[in-house]
Structure formats: structure tokens, C-alpha cells
Design a protein around this ligand. Structure first.
Ligand SMILES: *Cc1c(COP(=O)(O)O)cnc(C)c1O
Length: 361
């Protein structure tokens, strides 16, 4: 018997096996139409069906109300770092940002080019070992929005309560945790997520935005990236990432078959608690993040003897546990447990961690 392989990559990340099998089965002939999704005109009836179904299933999964628009965009989450201020703020718009780690810093650096940006709270002083206490955020009541990074993929932090920003719309980068559990979308003005972490393949970026926030983009914004035009034209300003939309659609279907996001939440929490408990119980490992703010998606930890980390990673690969290295900016170990990770993968990792500390691998 060949040893199973588990992929702990932060992204592009593992996809559910049944989704890959279905994509493989219908790669050359989608539902008896005689052609591949890769070959379909995006204006045609067949692709239209695929996209309509994907939108409907996403709306059902997240219970997205009718006054929110779903945009299928390209450019990744990084493009949204610029497109959010360009689309949501007027000429002299102001925005508050919460600095919680690597990805929020990226959003801040880009955002500064496009708006009057203020960092209303930062975890930098504490080395990003936790989220800044929401009671201490210095929010500007006249800001056009407040931006958070809902899950810090590189640092291993996650919001477990939606912060209250009053009348100021909350904007969230949910690239690495959208669809990992139910979400009260009404608490947000806009949510965006690149697909390649917990949703589907690279090349697709989801933007979910409340209707009344849509206004003409700042003059000079490329027409293709104007949320309002995209919403009015159902994302058909140019060729959408058709195959990525199709694959994400298969993932949405799979999630519904699994029992939706409530079922995912139970599984993700169980796996995450198992792994953190193993880390905390061992003398060989330590997690620098405060327990209350730990991510249920990206588990960042260190060996108490960091000199052994390279050996840990090398032997893990031999054991079929792939891509456990931390983000290049942070180092250490990172185990990403997205929706597609089976319980057996987490157990295999925990067994390996114990065996490594005991010198048995
Ligand atoms: C990966 C990631 C990004 C960057 O996504 P790209 O699609 O590569 O631009 C942004 N934010 C978060 C939270 C991420 O995890």
C-alpha cells in the first residue's frame, strides 16, 4: 500500500478529492456537451449555466442577502488592496486599517497610495502574538470604511468575533478563511477573498459587496476594475476566469453536500483544537500566538529547538506530509488545515510530531 500524502500548503492549497475526481472525469466533455469547460465561450449557454449555479450555491452557503452583489474578479487579493479604496472612497476618502500581521501590512502599504489611510490599531508592538484589543482601537467615525484581515495566513491569527465599527462599514480580507464557518455577512460592507486558499484554484477572486456602497470608482480606475460596472454587467466586462469559476462551483457543491458551513465549522474546530492541544502538550513545540486569537486555518508554531526545524521539514516530506514550512517572512512551521483536509491528515501530522520529538523518525 502506498503511504497517503497530505498537503498542508497555505495556498494554492489542497482541494477536496471528490472535486478533483469530478473535474478529471469531465475535463474533456462537460455533461455530454462534447467540449471541455476550458473550451467554452464565456458568452455561451453552457458556461452561463455553470456561473449561475456557482453564484446561487455561494449565495446559499453564506446566506448572502439580495442586497449584496457577488463579483468574480481576477488579480488576487493583492489587487483588492488597491481596488477597495479606489471603489469605495471618494476623491479625498479616508479609511482606517487594523494592522494584525503580514497581510494587513501589505494592504496598508498599497492602500496608502490610494487613500488617506490611518492605522487605527496595531499588533506590531507585541510582535503580532495576538489581535489588538478592539476596545483600544482609535476609530475615525468619518472613515469611509475600516479594513481588517480576518485571518492572518502568515502569522496564524484569526478574528473569532466580528468587531463593531458602528456606522463605518467593515471591510475584510477573508482570503484564507471564507467558507470555513458560517458568517454573518450583514455585519460587513465588503468581503474579498482570493480563491486559492480555502475556495478553489488561483485566478479567481471573490468580492461580496453591499449594494449601497457601490459608487462610481475614482476617475482613472481602469474600467475593468470598477465594482459598479462589474455588478451591472454580471462580471462580463471581459473574459472571466472560466475554469476557476467552474472549479470553485464544484467546491461550493461539495460544501453543500457536506452539510454546508455549519458542518465545516465543526470539523475545522475539531481538527484545529486537536493540533493546538498536541503543540501545547509537548515540550518539543511552541505556538507564539495567544490562544484566544489563534487561527483555525493556519497553525503557526516553532520547535523549541529551532535549529532542528529544517530536519523536521525534510523528514516530514519523506513521510508524505508536504509543505509544512512557515511563510518565508516568518519562518518556523505552519500547518494549514483548510476545508479539504481530512481528519486523517491531522492525525498523521500529530503522530509524526510526536515521533520526531522522540527521535523515532
Ligand atoms: C494569500 C493572501 C493574500 C494574497 O493573495 P494573492 O491572491 O496572492 O494576491 C492576501 N491576503 C491574505 C489574507 C492571504 O492569505
Amino acid at each position: 500500500m502506498t503511504r497517503p500524502i497530505y498537503n498542508f500548503a497555505a495556498g494554492p492549497a489542497m482541494l477536496p478529492a471528490p472535486v478533483l475526481r469530478q473535474a478529471q472525469a469531465e475535463l474533456r466533455d462537460w455533461q455530454g456537451r462534447g467540449l471541455s469547460v476550458l473550451e467554452m465561450p464565456f458568452t455561451g449557454e453552457a458556461y452561463g449555466e455553470i456561473e449561475r449555479q456557482a453564484r446561487a450555491d455561494l449565495r446559499r452557503l453564506l446566506k448572502i442577502p439580495q442586497d449584496y452583489r457577488i463579483l468574480f474578479m481576477q488579480g488576487g487579493a493583492s489587487a483588492q488592496f488597491a481596488l477597495v479604496p479606489l471603489n469605495l472612497l471618494g476623491r479625498d476618502g479616508r479609511a482606517d486599517y487594523i494592522d494584525t500581521g503580514h497581510w494587513s501590512r501589505k494592504a496598508i502599504t498599497e492602500g496608502r497610495h490610494h487613500c488617506r489611510l490611518r492605522v487605527a490599531a496595531s499588533g506590531a508592538g507585541q510582535g503580532y502574538d495576538g489581535l489588538p484589543d478592539p476596545d483600544a482601537w482609535r476609530l475615525d467615525p468619518r472613515a469611509g470604511y475600516c479594513h481588517i484581515t480576518h485571518n492572518e495566513t502568515a502569522d496564524g491569527l484569526q478574528f473569532h468575533h466580528i468587531p463593531d465599527t458602528g456606522a463605518v462599514p467593515l471591510v475584510a480580507d477573508m482570503t484564507s478563511d471564507l467558507l470555513s464557518r458560517p458568517l454573518d455577512i450583514c455585519r460587513f460592507g465588503l468581503v474579498y477573498a482570493a480563491a486559492q486558499k480555502n475556495i478553489g484554484p488561483a485566478g479567481l477572486t471573490l468580492v461580496i459587496v453591499r449594494d449601497h456602497l457601490l459608487r462610481p470608482a475614482r476617475p482613472g480606475t481602469p474600467g475593468l476594475f470598477d465594482y459598479r460596472s462589474l455588478a451591472d454587467n454580471r462580471g462580463r466586462l471581459n473574459t472571466p476566469p472560466t475554469y476557476a469559476v467552474y472549479l470553485a462551483g464544484l467546491v461550493f457543491r461539495w460544501l453543500l453536500d457536506q452539510g454546508g458551513l455549519a458542518a465545516m465549522a465543526v470539523r475545522n474546530r475539531r481538527q484545529s483544537e486537536r493540533l493546538y492541544a498536541a503543540i501545547d502538550a509537548s515540550d518539543g513545540y511552541e505556538c507564539p500566538v495567544r490562544p484566544a486569537d489563534r487561527s483555525q486555518m493556519n497553525h503557526c508554531f516553532r520547535l523549541t529547538d529551532p535549529a532542528r526545524e529544517a530536519d523536521f521539514l525534510r523528514k516530514a516530506e519523506v513521510c508524505g506530509l508536504l509543505n509544512l514550512g512557515g511563510h518565508p517572512a516568518r519562518g518556523g512551521i505552519r500547518a494549514s488545515l483548510y476545508n479539504a483536509m481530512p481528519d486523517a491528515g491531522v492525525e498523521a501530522l500529530i503522530d509524526y510530531m510526536a515521533a520526531f520529538v522522540d527521535g523515532q523518525v
